[in-house]
Ligand binder design. Structure first.
Ligand code: AKB
Length: 344
């Protein structure tokens, strides 16, 4: 008999780290992970089985399909927006072909055990593309269906995969003699920039905020690559993980849409710098604008309207900007970089 498990792809990344901690603490789930990078030694002990390999490797997915019965997938593997601009074809392969492989995997799982597979997919504010700063300022909190003209490969990939997920959930093989849709229960959140106190991001364009905080805690100078008035939404990692878990657990009937915005606070780069300097008064933070990365961040909304997520599945972030700094980021980061704590 195949074992029932939760599958997490991209498990070694920032979200995977927090998600594995939370799921393993609950003790209710058997976790199977898939990532090209090995899990940290701390996470290894928390999962039932770790597959080191690519989501593009179909024979590896076949093995997982043959051995395990999967009811819930968190498909986190992705190449982010900055990295994707250096390697757009690789980004498309991982972000689109990889997601297609996982959706097909979920479809086959659902067909084999007869239950819909809940497929939780983190999309991103990168799906938005506001044409200029005046439009961005006037738009304020954007809704799910506005300004969907992304300017990055990553944003295009995420937007397309939102549609692919909807296709698998509702219209898969619609002309076949026996309809097969309904085996993939696709649920998507559009994340803002995520800020973790325990991991440092890489390859994203919202990375200026977490990089600034971690550099200050390490006593290193930081040159912020966007202007001080730059504004996009952010969220503390525990709220991001909680959002994924809540969306996964929501009764199907409550979900009126497949894609939901989520957000917590929307500071400018200068707001973040001020809070970092309050916590680390000697932090040397300057601005050295990278006009190309700036253009990407300028195309993302200043904030998102997440009222649908609050209404349909009770999204309620714990941390606003001040609580995120005061109760999560600064205390945790101070401990993390104490000279006697182990490096991650
Ligand atoms: C990135 O910067 O690419 C990501 C994102 C906003 O999805 N952090």
């Amino acid at each position: 008999m195949r074992k029932p498990v939760v599958l997490i792809t991209g498990a070694s990344g920032e979200i995977g780290h927090g998600l594995i901690e939370r799921l393993s603490e609950s003790g209710n789930h058997t976790l199977v992970t898939l990532d090209v990078r090995e899990l940290s030694s701390e996470l290894k002990g928390r999962v039932h089985r770790e597959f080191v390999g690519s989501i593009l490797d179909k024979s590896l997915l076949e093995r997982i399909l043959a051995e395990y019965e999967v009811d819930l997938i968190f498909h986190l593997a992705a190449l982010l927006s900055t990295r994707g601009e250096f390697t757009p074809v690789a980004a498309h392969q991982v972000n689109v072909e990889g997601t297609l492989n996982l959706l097909e995997f979920a479809q086959r799982q659902g067909e084999s055990h007869g239950r819909p597979v809940v497929f939780v997919y983190p999309s991103s504010i990168a799906v938005y593309g506001l044409p200029d700063l005046a439009t961005k300022a006037a738009a304020g909190k954007v809704q799910e269906d506005q300004f969907l003209q992304p300017i990055t490969m990553y944003g295009c990939n995420k937007l397309y995969c939102e549609h692919l997920g909807r296709y698998y959930a509702r219209h898969y093989r619609q002309l076949a003699a026996e309809p097969r849709a309904g085996k993939v229960d696709f649920r998507c959140v559009r994340f803002p920039g995520l800020i973790s106190a325990v991991t440092v991001p890489s390859g994203g364009t919202s990375d200026f905020a977490p990089e600034m905080i971690h550099a200050a805690a390490k006593g290193e100078p930081y040159a912020c690559f966007v202007r001080e008035d730059t504004q996009i939404p952010f969220m503390a990692m525990p709220d991001g993980v909680e959002a994924l878990l809540r969306l996964a657990a929501a009764p199907r009937g409550n979900l009126k849409q497949t894609v939901y915005n989520v957000g917590s606070f929307a500071p400018t780069a200068e707001d973040i710098r001020k809070l970092v300097r309050q916590a680390f008064p000697s932090a040397a933070i300057t601005y050295k604008v990278d006009t190309k990365r700036q253009a990407i961040v300028d195309s993302w909304p200043a904030d998102v309207d997440d009222s649908a997520a609050r209404r349909d599945w009770g999204f309620a972030p714990r941390y606003d900007l001040h609580r995120a700094f005061g109760e999560y980021l600064i205390p945790t980061i101070r401990t993390r970089y104490r000279s006697d704590s182990p490096t991650l």
